[in-house]
Ligand binder design. Structure first.
Ligand code: SMG
Ligand code: MG
Length: 369
């Protein structure tokens, strides 16, 4: 497959409600969409990078720049297949989300031409997957209880509460007491705690959580291992894991017993599958994380979540939890599950009118370098 041109499109989708985490508050999801045009047709990928480098070092404008300036010139001369994208970009340090977006667009194009779905290509075994919802920090505990109530009524299979110092034991206790022991409940700190908070965090053991996600800094495996040794609640890593090698090291050091796999964070769906395989071989459950994706990224995440080792519900919620107007057909929750797209490639395409409505910038880069 030869690239002819690549379209880089910036979109802005207002969220149905503000999403507050320990990193800040989001009201709009800006995203970068990559569309490859090749001799075999077209394919789409979504870059998980956000406007600002707060969740991770990448940011949207930087991702667009590195794709244009360095990635496309490296890929343009090649006779491409999806597995060749990663190796062809290996000399470029970092930028996993930009790499993932390009690889996904190539995968989508290649699979469409071969009439194969991403789920089938990755080795998916489920046609539907159980999903959870990530609940942001709210003004009051009452507001949190209302939000959780709404999501449980909708049927979500798991509730994840965002926490930070000053918003942890109390809201978690309130949710557990109000909704009972039967609710699968987790917490995510997005690195907001210090190693000295270990004793405080261990008090979360009282609330029967399925896991505590990334309390400490991304590079602090030591603190996570110390917490894991002290807590009954399983420790899950998100920001710390950027590759299968990271995952192996974290497991070896006892820094986690569960892994959140986000394809963008680890450089693409193929590396995500390698982490899945490694975790499975080590008896470590995995689940698919979310970056407030549009329908394009959500479709691909559903494919990944259909692999056998994804035994916990992921952060892949229904379209209406994120956007009034998305760019693809909506994903609708049914019995706590979402359907895995069965059509070729990602299985969805942007609707032209919806795409136009949210586009803030678009540039076509010709691949004749
Ligand atoms: O896509 O449903 C979603 C959001 C899930 O909480 C979510 N993602 O750390 O896991 C995480 C966060 C990262 C994005 S907010 C900065
Ligand atoms: Mg997280």
């Amino acid at each position: 497959m030869k690239l002819n041109a690549v379209e880089l499109r910036e979109v802005a989708l207002p969220l149905v409600s503000p999403f507050r985490t320990s990193l800040g508050t989001q009201t709009v999801r800006t995203a970068l969409l990559v569309r490859v045009l090749s001799d075999e047709g077209e394919g789409w990928g979504e870059c998980a990078a956000e406007d600002e480098p707060t969740y991770c070092p990448e940011y949207l404008a930087g991702a667009a720049d590195v794709i244009k300036r360095f990635m496309l010139p490296a890929l343009a001369p090649l006779d491409l297949e999806p597995a060749a994208v990663g190796p062809a970009l290996r000399h470029l340090r970092g930028h996993p989300m930009a790499k993932a977006a390009v690889e996904t667009a190539v995968l989508d194009c290649w699979l469409r031409a071969r009439r194969t779905s991403l789920a089938a290509h990755l080795g998916g075994v489920r046609r539907r997957v159980r999903v959870g919802v990530s609940v942001g920090i709210t003004e009051t505990v009452d507001a949190l209880l209302d939000t959780v109530d709404r999501h449980l009524t909708a049927g979500y299979a798991r509730i994840k509460l965002k926490i930070e110092p000053g918003w942890d034991l109390e809201p978690v206790r309130a949710v557990r007491e109000t909704f009972g022991a039967g609710v699968m409940l987790t917490v995510d700190a997005n690195t907001a705690y210090q190693p000295g908070d270990l004793r405080h965090l261990a008090k979360l053991d009282a609330y029967g959580l399925a896991l505590v996600e990334q309390p400490f800094a991304p590079d602090d495996l030591h603190a996570h291992a110390a917490l894991a040794a002290r807590m009954d609640t399983p420790v899950c890593l998100d920001e710390s894991i950027t590759s299968a090698r990271d995952a192996a090291e974290a497991i070896r050091r006892g820094a986690c017993s569960i892994i959140n796999i986000k394809p963008g964070r680890v450089g693409g769906y193929l590396e995500a599958r390698r982490i899945h395989d490694l975790a499975q071989a080590n008896g470590v459950p995995v689940w698919c994380g979310g970056m407030l994706e549009t329908g394009l990224g959500r479709a691909a995440n559903l494919a990944l979540a259909s692999l056998p080792g994804f035994t916990l519900p992921g952060d892949i919620s229904a379209t209406e939890r994120y956007y009034h107007r998305d760019i693809t057909r909506p994903f609708v929750l049914d019995g706590g599950e979402l359907p895995v797209p069965a059509e070729p490639g990602l299985g969805v395409l942007p609707e032209e009118a919806d795409l136009q409505a949210c586009t803030t910038a678009v540039e076509t880069v010709s691949c004749t370098f």
